[in-house]
Design a protein around this ligand. Structure first.
Ligand code: ATP
Length: 548
């Protein structure tokens, strides 16, 4: 893998994203809001193209009559658009109300809040004084960070650093406290000057709460912003079955906003508090579910490759048995080596989970827990279900085999913002191109796949006279109904190419003196920089062909 992981590279990507209008901080004029991001003119087009490509490839363009490569059988795909606020009982049955939390820990000194499972530390000792030094840093940065912090804590000069005695390597603070090998009283928080400033860990529900109605007040009005789009699909399973002609196996897709009150939003849009998901719930016969799981895992992997993500920066990671959720038979993550991560680390783009019949049964029977290897309804002290289900029958009757069963579910769950961020990072390149005088000029170029590029073509009259703008405007108007394109006559042609390279426009069409005599234009390719002459009359068909 090429060495492209470093913070300065990420800083350049973030700065380009802002300068060129891909992504802005939300409410920036008021100082910004942590964990919330806005998409600018180029960004909105890029993200829309990601979502459109997903919807087209998975749903609207799906051929339900064919058996696709790797699929056990032909299948149907359909879609839904559900509300962000759903009946609160749904979140109780799905388990989010009880389980969707993280442990967090506050620092009384720095007033910062950390995710407990994100802190790592190790014992440092100097002249009889001992402290458990923690850091939030990960990867290669973690150990040097503990050294620097210990040096400062003990008041040592750089050449005295070797005097520090280290009690072993880095370990998770959570595990060290649980094992009794460290206490919070001895722990130096990641941003604290003295030990003992960290509070006991507390549970923190990630669901945003709201109230319904004007006179909201009592507990019955409490509602939540959805932390995932999936549950809207499960609660509509019967509606879709009853109103459309779909038969198992089939999938329901949804794209929409989700909200999680993340404790430590970070890494640009990677961990946001408001984000969009692209989820499929695929319903199949239990006996065939393992084959469908493999199909979807491989299909989704290939989707990212097909849209140009560098294979060496992608990883398909099957979860170990001890990592699986209590209901899951198998889960794989598709991960990307984001430049803000240390070399060798990957961040999740999408999870593909075999969820068995957990979700449909939960919404029928009530919140489920695993007991002696079986999923059973969790009961309260009174022996009644802790969270009562809908009581509606969500089983499926197969009128060919005359069987009735609760379908198993395969869930490919992707993040539209994380996908967009991966495409943005992967597209970012710096190289050198000859300028108009043949001298090398450094350029920043976004090498988006043409399907994702915010602008597909730029139409540039070489000069603003001699009838060139008129020809260019005609070409622009001919192309515009077919694809996003821009007309630009401002500045030297080199400057205009540079602007389009930064926006990631794959093709530039230049109208010059020769155009006026032979009706051809120069087609410049963003990546190869090859320039070819193409008859004006063929441009629309040619670019449409390349896009499809
Ligand atoms: P993580 O472990 O990174 O928090 P997760 O395993 O909780 O993610 P899922 O619940 O499987 O994520 O959600 C499916 C997808 O939704 C993720 O693969 C990711 O692309 C996206 N996603 C989840 N949380 C966030 C977030 N806070 N910001 C942006 N995208 C997110």
């Amino acid at each position: 893998m090429d060495k492209q992981n470093d913070q300065s590279r990420m800083d350049r990507i973030v700065s380009l994203a802002k300068r060129r209008g891909f992504i802005f901080q939300s409410s920036e004029i008021y100082g910004g809001l942590n964990g919330f991001w806005d998409y600018g003119p180029l960004g909105v087009a890029l993200k829309r193209n990601v979502k459109d490509a997903w919807w087209r490839d998975m749903v609207s363009g799906h051929d339900e009559l064919a058996t696709l490569a790797g699929a056990p059988a032909p299948y149907e795909m359909t879609g839904l658009d559900c509300t962000i606020i759903m009946h609160p009982q749904g979140w109780k049955c799905s388990g989010h109300f009880d389980l969707f939390h993280d442990w967090m820990i506050d620092c009384r000194e720095s007033k910062r809040r950390y995710r407990y499972d994100h802190l790592h530390g190790r014992w440092a000792a100097h002249r009889g004084k001992k402290v458990f030094v923690t850091t939030e840093a990960s990867g290669d940065e973690a150990v040097p960070e503990t050294v620097a912090r210990a040096q400062k804590f003990f008041g040592l000069r750089a050449k005295q650093v070797d005097e520090i005695e280290w009690g072993g390597g880095l370990e998770s603070l959570e595990q060290a406290v649980a094992a009794g090998s460290a206490t919070l009283a001895d722990t130096l928080g990641p941003d604290a000057a003295a030990p003992g400033s960290l509070t006991e860990p507390r549970e923190f529900n990630l669901m945003f709460e709201t109230r319904i109605g004007a006179l909201a007040g009592d507990d019955d009005d409490r509602a939540f912003l959805r932390p995932e789009t999936a549950q809207g699909i499960f609660v509509n399973f019967k509606n879709v079955l009853d109103t459309s002609r779909v038969r198992v196996p089939f999938g329901i897709a949804q794209v929409g906003k989700s909200f999680r009150n993340e404790i430590t939003p970070r890494n640009f849009t990677f961990r946001s508090r408001e984000f969009e998901q692209m989820e499929i719930e695929f319903f199949c016969r239990p006996a065939e579910s393992a084959d469908w799981y493999r199909y979807w895992r491989d299909r989704r992997w290939k989707w990212y490759l097909g849209l140009g993500l560098t294979e060496g920066r992608l990883q398909l990671r099957e979860h170990h048995a001890d990592e699986l959720s209590h209901y899951s038979v198998g889960t794989a993550d598709i991960e990307y080596a984001f430049p803000f991560l240390a070399e060798g680390e990957f961040g999740e783009l999408e999870g593909i989970a075999h969820r068995g019949d957990f979700d449909l049964r939960s919404h029928m029977e009530g919140k489920l827990v695993r007991k002696d290897g079986e999923l059973v309804v969790e009961t309260g002290p009174d022996g009644k279900p802790r969270h009562r289900g809908s009581g509606k029958d969500l089983s499926y009757f197969d009128d060919v085999t005359r069987e009735r069963y609760v379908p198993h579910v395969i869930e490919p769950s992707a993040g539209a913002d994380r996908g967009t961020l991966a495409f943005l990072c992967d597209a970012y390149h710096e190289d050198e191109v000859p300028d108009e005088d043949g001298k090398p000029r450094s350029r920043t170029v976004m090498k988006f796949h043409p399907r994702l590029a915010p602008v597909k073509a730029a139409i540039l009259p070489l000069v603003k006279k001699d009838g060139m703008p008129e020809v260019a405007i005609d070409l622009y108007r001919a192309l515009k109904p077919h694809m996003a394109c821009q007309y630009d006559e401002k500045g030297s042609v080199g400057r205009r190419y540079a602007r389009q390279d930064e926006a990631g426009t794959p093709w530039c069409l230049t109208i010059d003196g020769q155009t006026l005599t032979d009706k051809t234009v120069t087609l410049r390719d963003r990546d190869s920089l090859a320039q070819t002459r193409v008859p004006i009359a063929e441009v629309v068909a040619m670019l449409r062909d390349r896009l499809s």
